[in-house]
Design a protein around this ligand. Sequence first.
Ligand code: HEC
Length: 280
Amino acid sequence: MSGATPLALSKPEIAHNVRAAAKYTEGLGSGDGVVPRFADYFEMADQADIEAGFQVYMEHCNDCHGHRPLDGGEWSNASAALIHQRIPVEKLGTEPERLTFRYAQMVPLALQTDFPGVGEDLVEQVRLLEERAASARAEQRPAEAYFWLQQLDRLNKLSREYRLGHGFYFGTDDLTAETGYFNNPIPGAWLRAPYLHNASVPTMAQLINLSPRPDQFCRGNAPYDPVQMGYVAPTGDCPPDIAFSFDVNAKGNRTQVMITHGDMMIRPATPKSCASFLPT
Ligand code: HEC
């Protein structure tokens, strides 16, 4: 939705498309042939290994992500107890900067200005903006106070345009909720590399700690590696065709301790072969 205007998002056909696109992404490649499957391009492992891997996945990953059944078909969240829940970043162990950057606490309320509610909801939105403006002023942050006053103006204007409330009004409950990352379905996982919200892990083998994660790697026009499941990402000086050097130690880029990924990420430190994680 980034970049869309409140007006565009209030059109039923556009709102419908946004919702349909979200739904599509959730179930990506549900056997409709639109999204390529790994098997369309690469050789699959032996059926016995796939089945053993499936058991490992169901034990360690399904709770948060759901799964695709062994025989293909629709992505299923049916037995995923934690799906769509927010996991505190301390528990997950991935890079927290997206949740803690300087303006992170301002984003939810600022976003909500674009989606006015109606009646008491609107009164509450106004109250929250006034409260933020007042505390910013009291705490000697004039630029921030000015920002909230502008938001109040904007809310005032938009609430006149959307007298019945905006279709994307999302309530005030979540504005101060504990931050974290959502457990989402991961259909088409092989196509999602480089992994995590900051694209800091080039391959699946590195994500689940079968291989060590690089401190630095080159990004650009890289070939796909079906064995490691992800991008071939050389380290060191980057050649011209893959010239972007991703520094994992830079703020916001860190890949960090997904060794915990809760306690659930298949463990770590020394690289092992995939086979050693499979039940014997
Ligand atoms: C406690 C919940 C939880 C468990 C259990 C869990 N994950 Fe995750 N996983 C997450 C969250 C939340 C993210 C997003 C983290 C981020 O982007 O920083 C994520 C990210 C991922 C991604 C990256 C998706 C993308 O589009 O980049 C993959 C792939 C993944 N997990 C696979 C697994 C596998 C495989 C397992 C089992 C070994 C597993 N996860 C276990 C919560 C969980």
